[in-house]
Unconditional design. Structure first.
Length: 158
């Protein structure tokens, strides 16, 4: 498991990840959750190293009851600095929901924190779409040249 990209390189650049939909540690609008349209929010990535050939996006809920719950895995994203709303920006792997698409926040109880983690890589990844997070992390571990994240929260109102 990748706990910190810094353990793989001392030259990791810090990426700035923002969204027009929410700011760090604030509520993710319902539109981007299971209770709404269930589409991915737009993301802006700044300070991408010039040598980056691709980006990886991992979206996960760190407050899930049994383990950190993966909501979306995407790799080979063009390092343009933007991920548009309601798009598939690269190749998708299998989430903990056992499918290949974005699944928005849907916490069973309480307020959960959702991490939108972006990794800049010095290469493209040649991976099968049946991979899960551990496989993706292993494949990208020696290619990480930048890292940043945006955290949002969500609580269901039933």
């Amino acid at each position: 498991m990748i706990t910190s990209p810094a353990k793989y390189s001392t030259d990791i650049k810090t990426l700035t990840v923002t969204s027009d939909a929410f700011t760090g540690s604030t509520y993710i609008p319902t539109k981007y959750t299971y209770d709404g349209e269930n589409i991915n929010p737009p993301l802006k990535i700044e300070n991408i190293p010039h040598e980056a050939k691709s980006l990886v996006l991992i979206v996960e809920d760190v407050d899930a009851p049994e383990k950190t719950w993966v909501h979306w895995l995407v790799w080979n994203i063009t390092p343009s600095g933007k991920i548009k709303e309601n798009t598939v920006p690269g190749i998708e792997g299998i989430s903990d929901f056992r499918h290949h698409h974005y699944s928005g926040p849907c916490p069973p109880v309480g307020t959960h924190h959702y991490y939108f983690k972006i990794y800049a890589l010095d290469d493209l990844l040649n991976l099968n779409t049946t991979i899960t997070k551990p496989d993706l992390e292993k494949a990208m571990s020696t290619h990480i040249i930048g890292y940043g994240q945006l955290v949002g929260t969500y609580k269901r109102v039933l």
